[in-house]
Design a binder for this molecule. Structure first.
Ligand code: AKB
Length: 332
């Protein structure tokens, strides 16, 4: 499409002078290190700062700047943005769906109060701000297969409520104050080198490690629970392309992105094509199952494909091959 073409033209015309300075919050979660790696390849090692409230493993320090940042500390966040001349902020700090249901007060503080700090600082300093929403922003009364960009959103988790809040607040700040707010609704993300923390889709990462390590896995969702999923490389590329999309290509500020959908049973069968002795048993966690039952089965993402050229590369067979190869090689 012409929009996709203009993104590529824009991206390849980035000169040294207009390279963004990027801050990633929640950088030690499932996605931060991978996104930092891609952003550094594109904009230079020192133009991308990873941050979190925990001390990272040594290799994270070696690969580029890492600093302490607490999104609940407004002054600290503002100082970082000012001292480092930050122009793009990728906001990955969040308490995920399952953990959020066990600690609503913490989820509310991090996901809502913390996000308010991000919004205010981004508006005050004219930053481009990227915040992921997810399938969690939909609920039992949303259309499920597929879920359009615009529809009923009545999630029943604090995590989902906070994601709807983020979508709406970001869009409001965009139209009210001109904030360059960008938001993608991610499916469950599957990665080999990084672990998710406390989500409902986590089984789809853990199953690969168990398959390689012990040949058996106890799944905490029912075998027929169909959810939208995406391999991390697709997620990072989507985020990079969306971050770099010219403002005039963006008809909307919140887009669905979709790749594949599968159930634990589909995933097990695909893994068994490679590891024929792999066995899965089921011990359903009622909290996670109730969450998953309210989520979409697939996201309708034609607007993302049309407006800024999104396309996924990994379907289930490629995902399984790639995950098993990475994990097997990583264990050697
Ligand atoms: C979770 O399961 O909570 C996350 C998500 C889909 O937002 N992975």
């Amino acid at each position: 499409t012409s929009a996709a073409h203009s993104i590529r033209t824009h991206a390849s015309s980035c000169t040294d002078g207009d390279k963004p300075k990027v801050l990633i919050t929640g950088g030690l979660g499932q996605l931060g290190v991978g996104l930092a790696k891609s952003l550094r390849r594109r904009f230079g090692k020192f133009n991308v700062i990873l941050s979190d409230i925990r001390k990272p493993p040594n290799h994270v320090y070696k690969n580029g700047p890492f600093i302490f940042s607490d999104i609940l500390d407004y002054k600290n966040l503002r100082q970082i943005v000012v001292n480092n001349n930050i122009s793009w902020l990728v906001h990955y700090s969040a308490v995920l769906s399952a953990v959020g249901e066990h600690n609503v007060a913490l989820a509310k503080e991090v996901n809502i109060t913390g996000f308010h700090n991000i919004l205010d600082i981004a508006t005050e300093h004219g930053l481009r701000v990227f915040v992921p929403s997810t399938i969690s922003a939909l609920g039992p009364s949303s259309p499920k297969d597929p879920t359009p960009d615009l529809c009923v959103q009545r999630p029943r988790t604090i995590y989902g409520v906070s994601k709807v809040h983020a979508e709406l607040m970001g869009e409001y700040y965009h139209q009210r104050y001109g904030l360059d707010f960008r938001c993608l609704r991610y499916p469950g993300i599957i990665s080999a080198d990084s672990q998710p923390g406390g989500g409902t889709t986590d089984y789809a990462v853990q199953i690969f490690h168990a398959a390689v390590k012990s040949g058996q896995f106890e799944c905490n969702l029912r075998s027929d629970t169909r959810l939208p999923m995406m391999y991390i490389d697709d997620c990072i590329r989507a985020t990079m392309e969306f971050l770099e999309a010219p403002e005039d290509a963006l008809v909307s500020r919140t887009y669905n992105i979709n790749a594949m959908s599968f159930t634990p049973q589909d995933l097990t069968r695909e893994i068994q094509k490679v590891l024929s002795d792999f066995k899965v048993t089921y011990n359903v966690d009622p909290v996670r199952q109730a969450i998953a039952d309210g989520w979409p089965k697939a996201l309708e993402d034609s607007a993302a494909r049309q407006d800024w050229g999104w396309r996924h590369e990994y379907n289930l067979p490629e995902l399984v091959q790639t995950m098993l190869t990475h994990i097997t090689l990583g264990n050697k």
